[in-house]
Ligand binder design. Structure first.
Ligand SMILES: [Zn+2]
Length: 278
């Protein structure tokens, strides 16, 4: 009895000292490079600006580990593209994968079957490429994106259903706006429509690093963020501009870092897996 009491006292003291350091949940965030996009005419992303100018974009995926579960945010270009480059936009985008996501997850001993939540910013093919790897995960998707991706004509929105046809249909979690994934405010899906009908971004509040917002394709690179330029192929320009305003106000209010998932230069300054943020 005495030992048990001592052990409990020690545990309580430990727990309390843990709390004193930070009241935020302990999250771990890994960043993965999930492909590369060589754009021969960047004005696709900034109508009327930099016509014919080449630009290289990266393509990022993320793993967030919370004590209540693991969430993948975006899944990149398909691993099958490794050694087998692709293209899009009539050849204006050259797509390559050098380091498959499944290999990067294996490196940190994470099995795709153990992922609980599949958060996709939207359903373009450079974000759904490896969605089918996560067969046990609950998809977090806005109603409008669901209607587009699983409706009559996904191709009309630029979606490729074969890239997500093995997502677990039993577990689809259709969202109507912002969604607090673990119920403690540490990981929140934020609605940001316009790029696609139900585009969304992710807020992650890390105990040591502080708050970070993962951009989805709200912008593809920093210059577009600075000038609020809307790509020619976005679903709805006005909706996109409104979402930019809402998210920028949120980023300011939270004092959050804003990580642009396709921005090659910014990503060079961000630690990639197997290193991580907490
Ligand atoms: Zn996109």
């Amino acid at each position: 009895m005495k030992l048990t009491h001592l052990a409990l006292t020690a545990l309580t003291a430990l727990a309390l000292s843990g709390c004193a350091k930070s009241d935020k949940p302990n999250l771990i965030l890994h960043v993965f490079e999930c492909g590369h996009v060589e754009v021969s005419d960047i004005s696709i992303f900034s109508p009327g600006v930099d016509e014919g100018v080449t630009k290289h974009l990266t393509n990022s995926c993320y793993l967030i580990q919370h004590e209540k579960g693991k969430l993948i945010w975006d899944t990149g270009l398909p691993d099958a593209m490794a050694g087998n480059p692709g293209e899009a936009f009539g050849g204006k985008l050259k797509l390559t994968v050098t380091n498959p996501l499944s290999k990067q997850l294996a490196e940190i001993n994470v099995n795709p079957a153990d992922i609980d939540y599949l958060g996709l910013s939207h359903f373009h093919g450079d974000h759904t490429g490896n969605a089918n790897l996560f067969k046990n995960a609950a998809l977090l998707i806005q109603q409008a994106e669901y209607d587009a991706a699983f409706g009559e004509n996904p191709a009309q929105f630029g979606f490729n259903p074969a890239s997500y046809d093995q997502i677990n249909k039993e577990k689809i979690n259709i969202l109507d706006g912002d969604y607090d994934v673990f119920g403690d405010g540490s990981v929140v899906v934020k609605t940001a429509p316009g790029h696609t009908p139900g585009h969304q971004v992710l807020f992650v509040n890390l105990a040591e690093t502080g708050p970070v917002v993962l951009s989805g394709d709200l912008y593809h690179f920093t210059k577009n963020r600075e000038h609020k330029r809307v790509p020619s192929f976005n679903f709805d320009k006005e909706q996109t501009l409104a979402a930019m305003d809402v998210i920028e106000q949120f980023v300011d209010a939270e004092g959050a870092q804003f990580w642009i998932q396709h921005d090659l230069e910014q990503n060079k300054t961000i630690k990639h897996s197997p290193e991580f943020y907490k």
